[in-house]
Write a protein that binds this ligand. Structure first.
Ligand SMILES: Nc1ncnc2c1ncn2[C@@H]1O[C@H](COP(=O)(O)OP(=O)(O)OP(=O)(O)O)[C@@H](O)[C@H]1O
Ligand SMILES: [Mg+2]
Length: 501
């Protein structure tokens, strides 16, 4: 028997299908971003989002000045599965699945009305989950025009010659039991910070391709890479890789240490989720951010977690929309997974950036051995044995060796003292404090007044040029290569040149 002649027609039931699609897991901010994506793809330069609080009758409207839709296009836009995701898209199109408008909207509301104007002609269509639930046929009834009583909310489209208005009503997933006006305002704030982040590249720069207004207030971009900040620590050149599905671009960044930022810069720099959560890869598709941080499942052996020590590492990664399938883009536009073939390349770059970021974190952004130039005499060294690691004071450090030399009869006491210091390094305390404060404790005179550093320098310098008979030039040279004074070349240079008595 020919298999192809035996079939049944099994269309989904509209009401049940749409209810099921509500559970894709969008946050309100991500759902609205999906609506704004459509506006951007339609060439909009301005998107106005209005949130209106009125208890269970609250509504949200998104109005854009894009090219708009004629009646037939609007009907396809409202239909589920109207466009095949395999279809080739315009290179600037932010869409892929032909689903976002519907899935994003239904994740938040039960009534979706879209009105659009093109060439002066207006069309308006509406999905209404309550109306569909009340009819038993399971038909896909797309209503014409606004719901009665909502006509006024769609008026703005009559004032323009092209553009689209998306209206969400019956916000049952937002206005749940106990949800009050303050919660609505908090929600607007979350949407604002999400938009500032995901659309930052479209909102910023001299061209400012896009303006987004939330209840009339303009969204300001949030730049995860602090471009233009004076103390940016490190930035790699843009690496490009040609793949079968297009060119992938990567630029690695290490951000400035907290000590180099003002409190407000530090607060803003952390981003909506904070520094630790926002480390890692930033994946952009057509300059729209899909993934804000995390290590994309990369790692040597085990996948890397987001850890405090790597929080200054942020990597910008650009993919074109031709790479959607390879990168497993999801309908919500909030995940992307690198294809296996690119993992080794990305891992290598991430590893290098992580290591650089770890050093800036550990050394509080000061010059560190290996970054600032030649080798630096360290005061501490690590002694590894089969039983573990031990921190030892290095007796070759110029200050330690001077004290040992000059100790005379006190030598055994000084050595005993150093040994006591070594054996009581408060490692657990340091570890706990770092974890609790999300910051390494202060060392290397950071945060101290210059006089404090100078007073210690003076003592050591006097011993070098006095007792040890060094020239001031060689004493200064030695001090600039000695921990922790390598961070204060200016103070070392300012020591008096004449020999001290
Ligand atoms: N604001 C708008 N202006 C003009 N056309 C729009 C607008 N919103 C949606 N459309 C049209 O409706 C179609 C369907 O939108 P929808 O968001 O459901 O899917 P998509 O954007 O094609 O793909 P994705 O599911 O990945 O978002 C779009 O392809 C576009 O042609
Ligand atoms: Mg879309």
């Amino acid at each position: 028997m020919n298999q192809n002649t035996n079939f049944r027609n099994a269309p989904p039931r509209a009401g049940a299908m749409l209810e099921a699609l509500r559970g894709l897991g969008y946050t309100t901010a991500a759902a609205l971003a999906d609506i704004v994506d459509n506006s951007i793809s339609a060439g909009a330069t301005e998107v106005r989002i209005n949130f209106n609080w009125n208890g269970t009758s609250s509504w949200v409207a998104v109005m854009d000045d894009g090219r708009g839709m004629d009646d037939a296009t609007l009907e396809s836009a409202m239909r589920l599965g109207d466009r095949n995701p395999l279809e080739k898209r315009d290179s600037m199109d932010l869409g892929r699945f032909g689903m976002g408008l519907k899935t994003a909207s239904f994740s938040q509301c039960r009534r979706l009305t879209v009105a659009s104007v093109k060439d002066g002609a207006t069309s308006c269509l509406r999905w209404d989950l309550d109306a569909l639930a009340n009819q038993t046929g399971g038909d896909w009834l797309l209503f014409e025009g606004p719901a009665s009583g909502s006509e006024k909310l769609l008026e703005p489209v009559t004032w323009v010659s092209s553009g689209t208005l998306v209206l969400w009503e019956t916000l049952d997933r937002i206005v749940t039991n106990g949800f009050v006006a303050d919660d609505f305002n908090d929600l607007i704030d979350r949407v604002e910070s999400h938009f500032a982040m995901v659309f930052h590249r479209l909102l910023e720069g001299p061209r400012e391709r896009l303006k987004i207004l939330l209840n009339g207030k303009r969204v300001k971009p949030w730049d995860p890479f602090m471009y233009g900040h004076a103390s940016k620590t490190w930035e790699s050149p843009i690496e490009k890789k040609r793949t079968d599905s297009g060119v992938i671009k990567v630029a690695c960044h290490v951000l400035p240490h907290r000590d180099k930022l003002s409190p407000s810069e530090f607060e803003t720099g952390g981003g909506p989720e904070g520094w630790t959560a926002q480390q890692g890869f930033y994946v952009y598709r057509n300059e729209r951010l899909l993934v804000a941080g995390g290590w994309l499942g990369l790692g040597q052996g085990r996948a890397w977690n987001r850890e405090e020590a790597y929080r200054l590492a942020r990597i910008r990664l650009d993919i074109p929309n031709t790479a959607d399938a390879e990168w497993k883009i999801d309908i919500r536009k909030s995940t992307a997974r690198p294809p296996v073939s690119l993992r080794p390349w990305l891992t290598l770059m991430a590893e290098d950036t992580r290591e650089r970021a770890r050093r800036v974190f550990a050394y509080r952004g000061s010059q560190t051995p290996g970054i600032g130039g030649g080798p630096v005499e360290q005061a501490w060294r690590l002694e590894r044995s089969r039983t573990g690691v031990r921190y030892r004071i290095d007796d070759k450090h110029p200050v330690i060796s001077s004290v040992l030399d000059a100790a005379g009869p006190l030598l055994p006491m000084v050595k005993a003292m150093l040994r006591v210091v070594e054996e009581t390094v408060p490692v657990q305390r340091v570890w706990l404090d770092t974890a609790e404060n999300k910051e390494t404790p202060l060392t290397g005179f950071s945060g101290e007044a210059p006089e404090k550093v100078v007073s210690v320098l003076n003592t050591i310098y006097a011993d070098m040029v006095g007792r040890r008979g060094m020239s001031s030039a060689s004493a200064k040279k030695m001090l600039t290569a000695t921990e922790p004074f390598q961070n204060y070349p200016g103070l070392v240079a300012g020591l008096p040149d004449e020999e001290l008595s």
